[in-house]
Ligand binder design. Structure first.
Ligand SMILES: Cc1cc2nc3c(=O)[nH]c(=O)nc-3n(C[C@H](O)[C@H](O)[C@H](O)COP(=O)(O)O)c2cc1C
Length: 371
């Protein structure tokens, strides 16, 4: 008996076509092959619980929470639903080991990593019966984490929100499916999904479901301030940009005057502000200064970064908090997928999931019609 035997039984809607009941549903113990991804400052207990309660898999973003806040958020989700949910984390956070212990002791069914975890992190979670997911942007990354024993990958194409690669979803997804398809690894397409046609397209590439960020950010249960939601709703398909000016890694955000100014400012001028933000983020996330320096040293060594790049890496969370929590688009950033331009409403999560599943069903019927 594993810890996951505590996972509540899901009421399966057996009227859905078998094609929509995929290996992702089996692995996560959910009704629909739809995942609401971890989004810093955005996917808190309310959104996560709403998604899981409605039959998808909700994921709490933990990188922007202290360990204590994460513990409280897990309890809040459990108080709202007995369905499976997950926690998203950064593998190199200074207190990653304690976060994994918390996930295991709280019997959280799923842990998702924003980037490649360490092999011992995966084996620890596997031994405890926690299902592991990793977001990847290339076939070789998927193969690497599959070899570690990870159970699922989110293949995020370049059109996706937040930190993102350059390969579009339409090319990345078949590559990743070909790379790890022979194994038991569950593949989820991400980047640009918002409706049932997209879900069927992902399944036709050989994936087992979709993972969506921006679509869930724009729902009734998302707690993003109204003024910021309004900016998202008005952004067209062409209104986003991928920039390295925020933290050194390519990140897709809404193109604002602030981003244009940041891109024009010389790198050296960005560094002092980034360093200040890094310290502020460390305080916010409950990270001590020695622990911050230790992580910085590890990042410098592992990823061959300069100190300026290390400071920039902790910059993005504070700039996201300015918008998502404080509602200030003058100083903050608005991470988003290009799909923002295709989204026209702010539905309740349960209605959104029902709509996507009905559209997917209609799509399958249309494709299989004999005439
Ligand atoms: C506001 C925002 C914050 C995000 N924060 C995180 C994060 O903390 N961890 C993570 O793994 N991915 C993060 N992402 C990426 C999403 O989890 C997801 O992979 C991506 O949004 C998928 O693309 P889509 O927006 O086209 O659906 C974030 C995305 C957005 C839009």
């Amino acid at each position: 008996m594993t810890d996951l035997d505590q996972t509540p039984v899901v009421n399966v809607d057996r009227t859905r076509p078998a094609a929509l009941r995929t290996a992702a549903c089996e692995l996560f113990g959910v009704e629909y092959p739809i995942i609401q991804t971890g989004m810093g400052w955005v996917s808190g207990a309310q959104l996560t619980a709403a998604t899981s309660a409605a039959g998808g898999l909700g994921i709490l973003a933990s990188a922007t929470m202290t360990l204590e806040e994460l513990g409280q958020a897990i309890k809040k989700v459990k108080a709202r639903t007995d369905k499976p949910f997950g926690v998203n984390l950064l593998p190199n956070q200074p207190d990653a080991a304690q976060r994994l212990d918390l996930i295991i002791s709280e019997q959280v069914p799923v842990a998702s990593f924003a980037a490649a975890p360490k092999a011992d992190q995966v084996s620890k979670l596997n031994d405890a019966g926690v299902v592991t997911i990793v977001t990847v942007g290339a076939k070789r990354h998927a193969e690497k984490v599959a070899a570690m024993g990870v159970k699922a990958v989110i293949a995020q194409g370049g059109e996706g929100g937040g930190h993102t690669g350059t390969i579009p979803t339409s090319l990345l997804l078949p590559q990743v499916v070909d790379g790890v398809g022979g194994s038991e690894v569950v593949v989820l397409g991400a980047g640009g999904f918002f409706d049932g046609r997209g879900l069927v397209a992902a399944l036709s590439y050989g994936a087992h479901g979709v993972a969506m960020g921006t679509r869930f950010l724009l729902t009734a249960e998302s707690q993003v301030p109204d003024s910021i939601t309004e900016i998202y709703m008005q952004t067209p398909l062409t209104g986003t940009v991928v920039t390295t000016a925020i933290d050194g890694a390519p990140q897709r955000v809404i193109r604002t005057a602030m981003i244009d100014a940041l891109e024009k400012s010389p790198g050296l001028l960005r560094f002092p502000r980034a360093a200040g933000n890094a310290l502020q983020f460390a305080r916010q996330a409950g990270i001590s200064l020695p622990a911050l320096v230790k992580t910085g040293l590890e990042m410098k060594k592992d990823q061959e970064l300069t100190w300026a790049q290390v400071a920039l890496a902790a910059n993005a969370p504070m700039m996201t908090k300015a918008t998502m929590v404080d509602g200030d688009a003058q100083v903050g950033i608005l991470p988003t997928g290009q799909v923002v331009g295709a989204i026209e409403d702010l539905p309740k999560v349960a209605d959104l999931l029902e709509r996507i599943m009905s559209e997917a069903e209609e799509c399958l019927e249309r494709l299989s019609a004999s005439e």
